[in-house]
Design a binder for this molecule. Structure first.
Ligand SMILES: [Zn+2]
Length: 265
């Protein structure tokens, strides 16, 4: 069995503030420890279940948040920035399943810790073929292109609700109950880790019931920006890319990866 973990940071147990998420901020180093410990717990749990290969993608910001000297030896780690066409290096059709760890709700979600889609600075929201989509939906499709199902999603309660809307019946672990964008009723990280161990064991046991999300083309992706100048700077040819209104650019393609590549740059 081979497993791929995509680890973001906003949904990790104990993380709730911007200062924990941005390199150089006062609480960032402490949050890296929380992230690394939670990743290690999941790697250990997968190893106990008999995983032969585990790859962990450090998926937050620039992709260098995990603390290398503390990492569990049973996994390999993708660190550093990658383009969206190669978002999950090492992934192939031989993987048993994926875990979306420490995720966050899509941009614009009410009562969700650090809700955003791809970037907090530039974009309000994304729609794929007319439907709101966040990083859970996008990443589930990127794994789905390889025939790999998502077995478990973790994050705050709004993230878990989004996961269940996007991936019917997917197992989830809620690490906190969001009160607002920067406030939550937190579970202690020690309790989160205990729940993760049980959830990973159950997810591996029940993996046969999960199906990959295989996106149906053609695809149309709408990006809603924060400011009109962000839409001004895009290139439009009128057929594969056009401007819908002041804040919205639309991209169209029959190829999902090409679509994301054009839209995300
Ligand atoms: Zn992040």
């Amino acid at each position: 069995m081979k497993f791929y973990i995509s680890a973001d940071m906003e949904g990790i147990g104990g993380v709730v503030l911007r200062e924990q998420l941005v390199r150089g901020e006062s609480l960032y180093e402490e949050a890296r420890h929380l992230l690394t410990a939670e990743v290690n717990t999941v790697v250990e749990a997968l190893a106990v279940e008999g995983a032969e290969q585990i790859i962990v993608k450090d998926a937050h910001g620039s992709g260098f948040n995990l603390m290398p000297e503390l990492l569990h030896p049973a996994a390999q780690y993708v660190m550093g920035a990658t383009r969206v066409e190669n978002r999950f290096p090492g992934l192939d059709g031989g993987f048993t399943g994926a875990i979306l760890l420490g995720y966050h709700a899509m941009g614009g979600t009410m009562r969700a810790v650090r809700d955003h889609t791809m970037t907090s600075e530039g974009w309000q929201s994304l729609k794929l073929n007319g439907r709101d989509i966040g990083e859970i939906g996008l990443d589930a499709r990127l794994f789905g292109l390889h025939g790999v199902p998502v077995l478990l999603v973790t994050g705050d309660d709004s993230t878990c609700a989004e996961a269940l809307r996007e991936l019917e019946g997917v197992p989830v672990v809620s690490t906190k109950t969001a009160a607002g964008r920067h406030s939550a009723l937190l579970k202690a990280p020690a309790r989160v880790k205990e729940e993760m161990r049980l959830a990973v064991a159950a997810a591996v046991r029940d993996r046969g019931g999960r199906r990959p999300v295989v996106p149906d083309g053609p695809y149309e992706l709408e990006i809603r920006f924060l400011h009109t100048d962000q839409a001004d700077r895009r290139r439009y040819d009128g057929s594969t890319a056009w401007r819908k209104d002041g804040l919205t650019a639309v991209y169209r393609s029959d190829d999902f990866l090409r679509l994301l590549s054009e839209a995300f740059g």
